[in-house]
Design a protein around this ligand. Structure first.
Ligand code: FAD
Length: 341
């Protein structure tokens, strides 16, 4: 084949056009992190953004949270704090300190329903990192021994340099807030790159802005709380905000024909026992939505619904009645779905 100069030019042009054609650009980045999956959908990405760099900064951001806050990693900041003894200082990152500050604020406002020092109880009930199948219910004395270690008041925070210590043996578990925080970090990363249309999801916690590739407001389904995936009980728009759900339909243990949820009531030391199958919270921050979904799941209905109304939280409760489900929502949730088109 003879390579005439005009043919070579035409070929180069086609290749260049192909490279610049935005429809060729990836519109989603995904992977695994924190024992679950993540996906980041983006639309109308500014041409100056390098896709490969964006992909790796998303992964680096998520892995950073995993490395610092995981109870599944023995050398994470959280694990080093959990292994430390009373009075010993554990150096942590600003991110970890910030997440703990937010967790303690939700602890206060939720009257202790959201408590990151439930770690020993999570392990006792077989939901922790070194999970072993629960063969029999923990004894009352074992529950009391674990409850004695539940005390957010024992956590001491130092701002500069960021560090944690404790004045008695407590262990923290950030499983109900760190995934949401990771979603917030990725959303902020995208906005810094000038990306105004995105949907970030890590293990079911979501944050969205703008519209999808069909120019419609993002819509996210609230699952029917059953083991089978993909059954939306309802769906909500997500033009600007975050949503998280907590419930007993995916992460639970069955023992002697009874279901035990991975959501633990720190006031009793036992998995929650009520007819709330799931709680969904819409909030500006995914970390807050994540934490409040767990807190309201502990409190259930009516207590959780009443507190959410008092705090003007946008919350949606799905209640199990045998095989049937019904729902209750706060005024803030109704207002959100009515306006967020
Ligand atoms: P949520 O309702 O959001 O959180 C429930 C979890 O919070 C419980 O499982 C318990 O750990 C804790 N909790 C229970 N009750 C309370 C309470 N009253 N107050 C506060 N917290 C409570 N899983 C793996 O299998 N492998 C991994 O390597 C792994 N790494 C992880 C790393 C990080 C940084 C995080 C945050 C989680 C990791 N996980 C891992 C856990 C996994 O992602 C969990 O399923 C998830 O954290 C539970 O979230 P959820 O959305 O299902 O439930």
């Amino acid at each position: 084949m003879c390579c005439k100069p005009e043919r070579i030019l035409a070929l180069v042009l086609v290749l260049l056009l192909a490279a610049c054609d935005s429809s060729q650009r990836p519109d989603a980045f995904s992977g695994n992190v924190m024992g679950t999956t993540y996906s980041v959908q983006v639309v109308d990405v500014p041409s100056a953004v390098d896709d490969a760099k964006l992909d790796s900064s998303i992964a680096t951001t998520l892995n950073g949270v995993d490395t610092a806050m995981s109870t599944y990693k023995p050398d994470s900041e959280v694990s080093r704090f959990n292994q430390s003894v009373a009075g010993e200082k554990t150096t942590v990152s600003d991110n970890t300190l910030h997440v703990i500050e937010l967790a303690l604020a939700v602890y206060e406002q939720s009257r202790g329903a959201f408590d990151i020092t439930v770690g020993p109880l999570v392990d006792l009930w077989g939901f922790g990192a070194d999970t072993r199948e629960l063969k029999q219910l923990p004894s009352d004395s074992a529950i009391q021994a674990a409850l004695d270690k539940v005390s957010v008041a024992a956590i001491k925070m130092q701002q500069t340099p960021p560090a944690l210590s404790k004045d008695k043996n407590v262990e923290i578990d950030l499983s109900a807030i760190a995934k949401g925080y990771a979603v917030d970090l990725v959303a902020e990363l995208l906005e810094k790159q000038g990306i105004k249309n995105y949907l970030v999801e890590v293990g079911g916690e979501l944050r969205g802005l703008g519209h999808n590739s069909r120019d419609q407001t993002w819509r996210v389904g609230i699952e029917t709380p059953m083991l089978e995936r993909g059954n939306a009980f309802t769906a909500i728009p997500l033009a600007k905000g975050a949503v998280a759900t907590s419930g007993d339909y995916r992460n639970y243990i069955s023992l002697n024909g009874k279901r035990y949820s991975h959501t633990i009531d720190p006031r009793t030391g036992r998995p929650v026992v009520h007819n709330v199958a799931s709680v969904t919270v819409v909030h500006a921050s995914a970390a807050s939505a994540d934490a409040w979904a767990t807190a309201l799941d502990v409190l259930g209905v009516p207590e959780g619904l009443e507190l959410a109304e008092q705090l003007d939280l946008a919350a949606y409760f799905i209640i199990r009645d045998g095989e049937q489900f019904s729902s209750r929502e706060t005024a803030a949730f109704s207002a959100y779905t009515a306006t967020a088109k």
